[in-house]
Design a protein around this ligand. Structure first.
Ligand code: GDP
Length: 453
C-alpha cells in the first residue's frame, strides 16, 4: 500500500449540480477531517465506513462551501484504502478551492488513473477489469456499455483464468514426466496433453476473434445518409438524433457539407454523415459536397439510402442506387404519409424500410434493419469480448505460442521444449491480467485514464 495520500477532483470540469473531490490513502479521513466540519459536530474520524455527514468545507478559517463527506474505511473502498469523498457544489472554482484545501491539509495530487491503479495494486481488480473501468466511462452506446460492464464484472478475466488453469495443469503433468525423460508417454497422458492444449488454443482463438466482432461497439458504426436533394435526408437525421442539427429547407441543395453527428440509435453509436444530395450539379460549392458524399459511400459500414416514396424514381435516384450494395445499404422509403408513386421492385435484393421521417414513423423497423445489417445482434454483450489493443496483442501472442507448442507436441518433440513454450504463454497471460506485471506495463495502462479516476 502506498504511503502517500492522494486527492483529485473526480467529476468532469465544468458546472454541475455536484462535484466530487476524492481522497485516498492511509490519512484520507484525517486529512478530510481537517477541512470538513460536520454540522452536527461529529468528526469524520469517528464515523464508521459507508457513512456520510453534511457539513462545511474550510480553507483555514474561511468557509468555502457546504458539502457531504462520505467515508469508506479500508479495505472496503474502491481503492482498498481509506477513502473520503467530499461532494460539494459542482463549479469549477469551488471544486478547485476544495481540492486546494485538501492538498494544503496534507494530500498530494493524484496522477491520472491513480485511484484505479491503487485498486489494482491492492488486489481489488485485475488489469483487464481496470481497463474496462475506463471503457465504462467512455462508452458511447447501450451495447458498448453492456460489454464493458461484462468485462468489468470479470467475463474476460474468467476466460483467461480457465486458459491459465489448462496450461498450468499441462505444465504440472509435464513436470511429472521430466523425471523420466527417456520413457515413452503413455497413451492416456498424451491424449490429456492434447485435450488441454486444444482447450487453451480454442479459447484463445475465440477471444482473439472477439476483438473484431466488438469493433462496431468500441469504435461506433461509420454510417452515411445518402439520397438526392429533398427526399428527406436532413429530416431523417433529425429523427435519428432527435435534435434539430441539420438544416431542413425546401430549396434543393441546401445541405452542402458533410455534417457528422454521433447518434445513438438501435443501441449503437452511429457516426452518421448527412451528405449533400447526390445529383449532377453546376454549383461548384455543392459539387464539393457531392464528392464527399461519394467518398463516404465507399467507406461507410452502413448506408441509409433515402428515396421519396411519393415520387417516381428518376435518373438521379437510379444513379445513386447503382452506386450501392445490399451488403451495407438499407433502402429507406420516406414520406409514406403521402400517396405512394414509387416502384418498389427497383430495390430488389435491398433491405427496405418504409418511414415518414417528418412524423417519426417507422423508427422501430429502421432500428431492426440497422441491427441486422451491422450484425449487432450476433454480438452477445454478456460474452467475453476483448476490448483493448493491449488485450488483443497479448492474446495473439499467447495464441501463437500455444499453437507452436501444440505443433511441437504433435510433432514428437521433447516435453522440455514444449514446456518452455507453455511457460512463455502463461507469462503472457499474467501480463494480460496483471498477475505478474512490470511497473512499466501497469503505468502504460493507467496513463490512459483521466485524473480523478
Ligand atoms: P434533404 O434535402 O434530403 O435533406 O430533405 P429535407 O430533409 O430537407 O426535406 C425536404 C422536404 O421534405 C422538407 O420540406 C421536409 O419537411 C419534407 N419531408 C421530409 N420528410 C418528410 C415526410 O416523411 N413526409 C412529408 N410529407 N414530407 C417530408
Amino acid at each position: 500500500m502506498s504511503e502517500k495520500t492522494v486527492a483529485a477532483i473526480s467529476t468532469p470540469s465544468g458546472e454541475g449540480g455536484i462535484g466530487v473531490i476524492r481522497i485516498s490513502g492511509k490519512d484520507a479521513i484525517t486529512i478530510a477531517n481537517k477541512v470538513f466540519k460536520a454540522a452536527n459536530g461529529t468528526p469524520l474520524t469517528s464515523l464508521a465506513g459507508y457513512s456520510a455527514a453534511f457539513g462545511y468545507v474550510f480553507d483555514g478559517a474561511e468557509q468555502i462551501d457546504e458539502a457531504v463527506a462520505t467515508v469508506f474505511l479500508e479495505p472496503k473502498s474502491y481503492t482498498g484504502e481509506n477513502v473520503c469523498e467530499i461532494s460539494c457544489h459542482g463549479g469549477q472554482y469551488v471544486t478547485s478551492a476544495v481540492l486546494r484545501a485538501v492538498l494544503s491539509a496534507g494530500a498530494v495530487m493524484a496522477a491520472p488513473g491513480e485511484f484505479t491503479k491503487r485498486a489494482f495494486l491492492n488486489g481489488k481488480l485485475d488489469l483487464i477489469k481496470a481497463e474496462s473501468v475506463m471503457g465504462v466511462i467512455s462508452a458511447k452506446s447501450r451495447e458498448e456499455l453492456r460489454v464493458q460492464l461484462a468485462a468489468k464484472s470479470g467475463k474476460v478475466s474468467e476466460e483467461i483464468d480457465e486458459i491459465e488453469a489448462a496450461l498450468l495443469e499441462l505444465s504440472a503433468d509435464f513436470a511429472a514426466y521430466s523425471d523420466y525423460p527417456d520413457e515413452d508417454l503413455p497413451e492416456l497422458s498424451a491424449s490429456n496433453f492434447e485435450r488441454l492444449i486444444n482447450l487453451a488454443e480454442s479459447k484463445l482463438s475465440k477471444l482473439f476473434l472477439s476483438f473484431d466482432s466488438g469493433k462496431i461497439l468500441r469504435e461506433g458504426v461509420r454510417a452515411a445518409i445518402v439520397g438526392k436533394p429533398n427526399v428527406g435526408k436532413s429530416t431523417l437525421m433529425n429523427m435519428l438524433s432527435r435534435e434539430k442539427r441539420s438544416i431542413v429547407t425546401d430549396v434543393a441543395g441546401t445541405t452542402r457539407d458533410v455534417v457528422e453527428n454521433n447518434v445513438n440509435f438501435a443501441g449503437l453509436n452511429l457516426i452518421l454523415a448527412d451528405t449533400a444530395g447526390i445529383r449532377q450539379t453546376k454549383d461548384v460549392v455543392e459539387e464539393v459536397g457531392v464528392e464527399l458524399a461519394k467518398d463516404r459511400l465507399s467507406s461507410a459500414q452502413l448506408i441509409l439510402a433515402v428515396f421519396d416514396s411519393s415520387d417516381e424514381l428518376d435518373n438521379n435516384d437510379k444513379e445513386i442506387l447503382s452506386l450501392l450494395s445490399p451488403d451495407n445499404t438499407i433502402v429507406v422509403l420516406n414520406k409514406t404519409d403521402k400517396q405512394s408513386k414509387i416502384d418498389a421492385s427497383a430495390f430488389g435484393g435491398f433491405k427496405t424500410v418504409l418511414i415518414s421521417a417528418k412524423n417519426a414513423l417507422g423508427e422501430a423497423e429502421l432500428e431492426k434493419a440497422v441491427r441486422e445489417i451491422t450484425a449487432a445482434d450476433s454480438i452477445d454483450p454478456a460474452a467475453a469480448l476483448l476490448l483493448s489493443e493491449r488485450q488483443r496483442d497479448l492474446v495473439a501472442k499467447a495464441l501463437s505460442t500455444v499453437t507452436e507448442a501444440k505443433n511441437m507436441l504433435l510433432g514428437g518433440f521433447t516435453i522440455d521444449a514444449v514446456e518452455v513454450l507453455v511457460e512463455d504463454a502463461l507469462s503472457t497471460l499474467y501480463t494480460l491480467n496483471g498477475k505478474r506485471v512490470t511497473n512499466e506495463v501497469a503505468d502504460e495502462v493507467f496513463r490512459r485514464f483521466c485524473v480523478g479516476k
